[in-house]
Design a protein around this ligand. Structure first.
Ligand SMILES: *Cc1c(COP(=O)(O)O)cnc(C)c1O
Length: 217
């Protein structure tokens, strides 16, 4: 897409209440810069090292999201600047994010990643693991993280009905968590689902944040 087309897509999505995360992994600085100049401010990376390198080279008002699997020993590198971590899949990781955020005097916003796909290789929490995490006394003591929603990835499949079922499942997890745990917290409002191949269906199913790489670059 041309940067101007990305701008049009971003505005169209915004009208539907959907935030566009430009997934810039493996993309060179000049291509990211071109989207930035066309008004894009939210970028997502899936590797810590690449994220920190790009953070240092690009304008400071970019909102950087970490969308890929995060190892506890790498949290410290992104804690000073990351705006949203999409991939929280354990209490252990959340405790470390909280610790590093506290050191920086920050509150880091996070999404709980759910596992809904068929593939064993994908990461994420089951419903039971997520509720256990949210009910644990340890979680209640974390004051430097804020859970603002959920994230998920659908299976890689040609079966549109299955993709739709998985997105519906994610949206339903979001609704249930909101009711049971976040009814007093208006900031719990993000459903991050939808990639280049399936984002339209994700929006139909109630996505509020799409993560697009291939389609944009
Ligand atoms: C790469 C990636 C995307 C973007 O995928 P595209 O198919 O290129 O749009 C979205 N989410 C995650 C977690 C990714 O790793």
């Amino acid at each position: 897409m041309l940067p101007i087309e990305v701008t049009a897509l971003r505005e169209q999505l915004a009208q539907q209440g959907v935030t566009l995360v430009a997934v810039s992994k493996t993309q060179p600085i000049d291509k990211i810069q071109a989207l930035y100049e066309a008004g894009q401010r939210v970028f997502g990376e899936n590797r810590v090292q690449e994220l920190t390198a790009k953070y240092e080279q690009l304008p400071q008002d970019i909102e950087w999201h970490l969308i890929g699997h995060l190892q506890t020993n790498k949290v410290k590198y992104i804690a000073p600047f990351v705006q949203l971590i999409h991939s929280v899949d354990s209490l252990h990781l959340l405790v470390e994010i909280n610790k590093q955020a506290a050191k920086c005097g920050r509150v880091i916003r996070c999404l709980l990643q759910f596992w809904v796909a068929q593939e064993e290789t994908k990461f994420g929490l089951t419903w039971q693991e997520a509720t256990e995490l949210l009910q644990s006394p340890q979680f209640a003591n974390l004051h430097n993280v804020e859970i603002v929603g959920i994230m998920g990835m659908a299976s890689i499949t040609d079966d549109a009905a299955q993709t739709r079922r998985e997105f519906d499942q994610l949206r339903s997890y979001f609704e249930q968590l909101r009711q049971q745990f976040f009814s007093q917290q208006a900031s719990f409002s993000t459903v991050s689902m939808g990639m280049s191949g399936d984002y339209r269906m994700a929006i139909e199913a109630g996505s509020t944040m799409v993560r697009l790489g291939t389609l944009l670059f």
